[in-house]
Design a protein around this ligand. Structure first.
Ligand SMILES: Cc1ncc(COP(=O)(O)O)c(C=O)c1O
Length: 416
């Protein structure tokens, strides 16, 4: 009998299975069956302490508990609370506020920023580009909104940003589209931990300028979800100043999320920030964001917006949250170093890692090798071209165990 299909795919790809949550569930089942100490779950993209408990910044917890009823019960304005729009730019820009027209809009997490960028800065049926190693939600978000996603090769043979591949990809779509949305997840890219250098950014801008001069419209979307977990979150923001001289046909969008920076994953709070040298484009941004917000989630989570305002305005709370974040940041960097060192010792290739929640190992049989690892109680996420290890979720000690275990599983699979 033919299967009854009720939902309408509308030509979208709807074979959705969340691989990450599926593998994480398997890890939990094994832990319940065989004991927690037998399982290393390196799938979770949230900060866990060395005992596997979710880190929640105490200052954020306090700020949440001190909210007044109206702070969470009332609607927020469609674009976000005005004070939120002001402080979120300060959090995102830090000491590197670009001398340009800027405007912000509140969104449900960083995910909402991506959705709004795709819907408003690319055409239905057009292609949005990103690198070949990318956060899989990009594809879901593009497809859900009737766009295609194509990729260029992230690394060249020396493990540097592959500008040639980037340029070729831009050229390919500028030959057939009037506009192009380019998603670049940096610094501390998911899934590799790679960061573009300022010199890479200059080249990216140069390539975009070439097509802007021909009258094309290019939107550079910088997904900075992990910017606060870099070696130096201040200098990691220096690239923002590089956009100051972009021409009017280049729009820069910065995505900032409270999920990681404030351990507020479940509160769904972020902001899309536009940076342009043309006032009208900035006004247009506010207009279309209001329309998009109204047509999707209506308005954002007021409680989270108010928490971020209060944290900014209360000097002692701000200092406390900055200190807590700094501790987590250092913990994460130490885990990354431990993983890299252990990989080097056993001869395991790891993709260029700078900082952030994840590191990745290139592998041509990620599913099979991932399954071999699972038999040893080690859970990672198989991607198209390798395995992702969530450093955010495992202790330094366990990072030192994972690297040789991956090497062993790969050797076993490839028969070395
Ligand atoms: C690359 C990247 N961008 C953005 C986000 C935003 O997440 P959220 O919507 O939870 O803020 C994430 C979260 O995993 C991510 O990995």
């Amino acid at each position: 009998m033919e299967k009854l299909v009720f939902a309408d795919g509308n030509d979208r790809e709807l074979n959705f299975t969340d691989k990450i949550f599926g593998i994480s569930n398997k890890a939990q089942e094994m832990a319940a069956r065989e004991g927690k100490d037998k399982v290393i779950d390196a799938t979770i993209g949230a900060l866990l302490d060395d005992n596997g408990a979710l880190i929640v910044f105490d200052a954020v917890n306090q700020a949440l508990h001190h909210l007044k009823p109206n702070d969470f019960a009332a609607y927020a304005p469609i674009l976000g609370l005005p004070e939120y729009l002001d402080v979120i730019k300060k959090y995102a820009f830090g000491a590197h506020t670009p001398n340009m027209y800027t405007a912000a809009c509140a969104t449900p997490g960083g995910t909402g920023t991506i959705r709004n960028a795709i819907v408003n800065y690319s055409k239905k049926g057009d292609t949005v580009i990103t690198s070949d190693w990318y956060w899989s939600a990009y594809k879901t978000l593009a497809t859900e909104n009737y766009r295609n996603l194509d990729t260029y090769t992230l690394f060249d043979e020396k493990g540097k940003y592959n500008l040639k591949s980037f340029e070729e990809c831009v050229e390919k779509y500028m030959a057939v589209q009037d506009s192009l949305l380019i998603i670049i997840n940096t610094p501390a890219h998911n899934p590799t931990g790679f960061s573009l250098t300022d010199s890479d950014w200059k080249h990216v801008i140069e390539v975009c300028e070439k097509y802007a001069a021909l009258g094309k419209k290019l939107t550079i979307f910088a997904d900075a979800a992990y910017i606060d977990y870099t070696e130096d979150p201040d200098s990691a923001r220096a690239f923002l100043k590089l956009f100051e001289s972009v021409s009017d046909n280049i729009l820069v969008l910065l995505s900032y999320s409270a999920s990681k920076s404030f351990t507020l994953y479940g509160m769904r709070c972020g902001a899309l920030i536009c940076m342009t040298n043309k006032k009208e484009i900035c006004e247009e941004f506010e207009n279309i964001m209001a329309f998009s917000g109204r047509g999707t989630w209506s308005n954002g989570t007021r409680a989270a917006q108010q928490v971020l305002i209060n944290l900014y305005q209360d000097a002692s709370l701000k200092e406390a949250v900055d200190r807590e974040r700094d501790e987590s940041r250092k913990m994460l960097l130490a885990r990354g170093k431990a993983f890299e060192e252990a990989a080097k010792e056993c001869g395991l290739e790891v993709l260029p890692y700078d900082s952030g929640f994840f590191a990745s190992v290139p592998c041509s049989a990620p599913d099979a090798v991932g399954e071999l690892l699972q038999k040893e109680g080690i859970f990672t996420v198989p991607l198209a071209k390798g395995l992702r290890v969530a450093l955010s979720a495992v202790s330094e000690e366990r990072c030192r165990i994972i690297a040789p275990a991956i090497k062993k599983a790969m050797d076993e699979y490839f028969g070395k």
